[in-house]
Design a protein around this ligand. Structure first.
Ligand code: ATP
Ligand code: MG
Length: 597
């Protein structure tokens, strides 16, 4: 394999200026100008999907497909492909099919099918009635295989898989013909039909295309197109015991569905000749009519500090390194949803990184920035104290409660206000008080004044410490005429502004804080992936939130001022215990925090 150079991109200004423009769209524009896809009605197209495809006229439209294999949950890499395929269909008034590429019954199942459908919908895309399964075409694929055999373009090979591999040659060595390559058409037909009837055990025979064992491109060295698998398929049950291979199935499925542009990731570049070879043969046989679909490749999404491979994600789930596919640290779409990344942010991210052929790793911070931009507009503000320290306002009446009016969004006054109760004893953040202030510290220290946000100005008079010398209670006085919004509130000029919660009213809750799942920027390159798992990727802390959050529902999202964006993940213990996940901090502090550690 040729090793491609990887570059870590911090920002992609080129795509920022012209979102949506990419080389694939240029190709489509050219095709449309040349009427390249006019007259695509294939009269022989089998009935069940002819009806569905005809729901949108073929002649005018660009037709793409998103073809997941239902062998795992979708991840952020798939989101790139979904946005590209569905985005093109939408912009060109075409159609995008959702097609499950389900040719391997060993790893595929119904749970994955459902999860994939839900994730595509969550991203905001709709395949309408255009949902297909490669397994719907098993009968056609089989008939076409008979055709390949009859025309002398395919043969049954009875070498075992090791021998086949050995005879295949390498990039520098030619392959060797299998001794079974010269089997007669009659014999091939007979064995292949018996393969279908279940007369042989797994591994005893395969069907191969007869192309060229000396071809420089290994994909053309008589690729295997059918193998025997005595397994139950999630849709066809035990009806089949031979299953077609990906390369054979994919191009034919595309053609059957009248796909115009078959967009896939760069690792399929070398398979394109085979894609074209198969479809050209079927045109020669009179089974397909021109124009047939064409394959175009773009670079896959690689994101720093995560892995985007279902195989590796399955390992994390099955070995219990994360709490399931929807663990908020997982780069799956179900994980992203639970983490609170809005689907609009994921789409923005896919727009921003653009589509190209250059292989690169996108910095995770670009992904987080997109989430922040969306959440900043949509989330109401609330107070939460993540690391509480008690503060007593000595000159405030003992049993008094008053309400401070707090705006729900600094830029969107239409989102209204809420009341935050104020009392003599409050929680503040531990980090907002120091005994000896470093230079430039404007928050609380003995003798200093700060404003309690939306409340009063207070002055620190003293503090108590615990047995190890850490402050555990702060004593202050407040200035009764300084309340935010009152006439004289501006008389007190202070530089610091801190958030707080009335101890009597604050609701205890649990907060999950997340860090990168892997310590390495490119974990996919590492042999032993698990050694690079970040042991501190999840931290759970007890915190307090303001009483207005009592009515919050699971899935509600807020900005907890100064702490970031949070989503309500669970309400436990008879509605008494809230669990929030932090989606992302307010600013990108990751690189800085890392240095400090
Ligand atoms: P994985 O390696 O995670 O198993 P896959 O390619 O095997 O991914 P499929 O279910 O076959 O998974 O993928 C469906 C579609 O999504 C394919 O067209 C594939 O090219 C695309 N895709 C998968 N991973 C990425 C990625 N990281 N970036 C962009 N597109 C991707
Ligand atoms: Mg795949």
């Amino acid at each position: 394999m040729i090793k491609k150079k990887k570059i870590v991109i911090k920002s992609t200004s080129e795509d920022k200026n012209q979102p949506g423009i990419n080389f694939i769209r240029n190709i489509i524009d050219q095709d449309l100008n040349n009427n390249a896809f006019d007259g695509r009605k294939w009269s022989g197209r089998p009935k069940p999907f002819r009806d569905q495809c005809d729901a949108k006229p073929d002649t005018t439209s660009v037709r793409t497909r998103f073809p997941p294999e239902p062998n795992g949950y979708l991840h952020l890499g798939h989101a790139k492909s979904i946005c590209l395929n569905f985005g093109i269909a939408k912009d060109y008034d075409g159609a995008c099919h959702l097609r499950f590429d389900d040719t391997n019954p060993v790893t595929e199942n119904e749970e994955y099918v459902q999860a994939i459908k839900e994730s595509v919908k969550w991203l905001g895309f709709d395949w309408e009635e255009l949902m297909f399964f490669s397994s719907d075409y098993f009968e056609y694929l089989y008939d076409f295989a008979l055709e390949f055999i009859k025309k002398g373009d395919a043969y049954v090979d009875s070498l075992d898989s090791d021998e086949i591999r050995r005879c295949r040659g390498t990039l520098t060595e030619k392959g060797i013909d299998s001794p079974f390559r010269i089997r007669s058409v009659k014999e091939n037909l007979e064995i292949f039909e018996n393969m279908r009837l279940g007369k042989f055990k797994e591994g005893s025979h395969v069907l191969r295309l007869k192309i060229d064992m000396e071809a420089p491109n290994l994909n053309l060295r008589d690729p295997v197109i059918y193998r025997i698998l005595h397994k139950t398929h999630h849709k066809t049950g035990r009806r089949w015991c031979i299953y077609p291979m990906y390369d054979y199935t994919h191009c034919i499925s595309d053609a059957l569905e009248n796909i115009t542009h078959s967009l896939c990731t760069l690792e399929f570049e070398d398979h394109r000749v085979l894609y074209d070879w198969i479809l050209n043969k079927l045109m020669k046989y009179g089974i397909l009519k021109a124009p047939v679909p064409r394959q175009y490749e773009f670079s896959r999404l690689n994101l720093s500090h995560v892995v985007l491979s279902k195989r590796k994600l399955i390992q994390l789930v099955e070995e219990g390194h994360v709490d399931g596919w929807d663990d908020p640290r997982m780069p799956t779409l179900v994980g992203a949803k639970r983490r609170g990344y809005p689907s609009s942010g994921i789409k923005k991210f896919c727009d921003r990184i653009g589509i190209s052929k250059s292989d690169s790793i996108i910095d995770y911070t670009i992904f987080e920035d997109c989430a922040r931009e969306e959440l900043n507009d949509s989330c109401q503000r609330r107070f939460a104290i993540l690391d509480p320290l008690k503060l007593v306002i000595e000159n405030y009446p003992n049993n008094s409660i008053e309400h401070c009016i707090a705006g729900n969004h600094p830029k969107l006054p239409q989102l209204g206000t809420r009341e935050i109760p104020f009392t003599k004893e409050i929680w503040i953040e531990k980090s907002d008080f120091v005994i000896t202030p470093p230079k430039g510290f404007f928050r609380l220290y003995p003798g200093n004044k700060v404003r309690l946000r939306f409340g009063y100005v207070i002055e620190c008079l003293g503090y108590d410490v615990d047995e190890v010398g850490k402050p555990n209670t702060i004593y202050c006085r407040y200035f009764s005429e300084s309340k935010s919004g009152s006439l004289k509130s501006n008389y007190h000029k202070v530089k610091g502004n801190i958030h707080w919660l009335s101890m009597q009213h604050a609701i205890p809750c649990t907060i999950n804080l997340f860090d990168r799942l892997f310590l390495s920027a490119d974990p996919s390159k590492i042999e032993n992936l698990l050694e690079h798992l970040n042991p501190h990727s999840k931290k759970t802390t007890k915190a307090f939130i303001e009483p207005s959050l009592k009515s919050a529902q699971i899935g509600d999202q807020f900005q907890f001022e100064r702490h970031g964006y949070f989503i309500l993940d669970a309400i436990n213990d008879n509605k008494n215990s809230f669990v929030f996940n932090r989606t992302v901090t307010l600013r990108d502090t990751w690189a800085k925090d890392r240095k400090r550690k």
